[in-house]
Design a protein around this ligand. Sequence first.
Ligand code: C5P
Length: 224
Amino acid sequence: MSRPIFVAIDTPDLARAKAIAQRVRNHVGGLKLGLEFFCANGHAGVREMAAIGLPIFLDLKLHDIPNTVAKAVQSLGPLKPAILTIHASGGRAMMEDAKAAAPIGTKVVAVTVLTSLDGSDLTSVGLPDDPHAQVVRLTALAREAGIDGIVCSGNEVAAARKAWPGGYFVVPGVRPAGGDVGDQKRVMTPRAALDAGASILVIGRPITAAADPDAAARAIEATL
Ligand code: C5P
C-alpha cells in the first residue's frame, strides 16, 4: 500500500468526521471508521465518508454465529470496504464464512485478544491466563480459516510476520517519536512498526486531536 496510514476517525459526529478526513486526505492512505461512527451514521454515513475518495476500513469487530456474521458481511458488501474486522474468537467457521461473504477486494482481518483484557480477565471467562499464548493460537486459527490477516500490536507484528509471511497485519497504537502516548500502553514509532512487518498503521489521536491534523499527518508520513 503506497500510503500505509489509516486514520482512526473515532467520533459519532458525521460533520466532524468529514472535516477531519478532508484535512488529512492528502497524507493518509485510508479512513478507519469504528462502531461508534457506524452505530450513529450507518451506511449513509459511510458513503459520505467514502465520497472523500479514500479507502474505508470498517472496524466493526463482528462476532456472532457464522450465519449471522456472513449475512452481516453481505449486508456491508455494497459499501465495498477495503478492510473489515471480525473477532477470531468467533471460531474457524465464523471466519471462513465471513471471508466467503466478503466482496473480492475486501480484506477480512481478525482481532485476536482485545488489548483491554489482561490475564485475570481471560481466566474470568474460562481461558488460560496468558494473553500472548491466546494471540498466537488465534493467529494460527485465522490463517487456517483463510482470512487475510490480524490486528496486532507493534510488539507482536515481527513474530506474526515470521509465522505468517503472506499475512496482512494491521497495527494500531503507534505513536510518533516523542508524541503523547495517551492511554496506549505499549507503543512503537510508525517507522519501527513498518520495519517489523506491519501492512498498515492505524493512527488516531496523534492526528485527529492535533491542533493542525494536516500538519500532524504530513509530519508522520515524512518519517516513513
Ligand atoms: O487514537 P489512537 O491512535 O490510540 O487510536 C487507535 C485506534 O485503533 C482506535 O480506533 C482504537 O479503537 C483502535 N485499536 C487500538 N488498539 C487495539 C485495537 C484497536 O487502539 N488493540
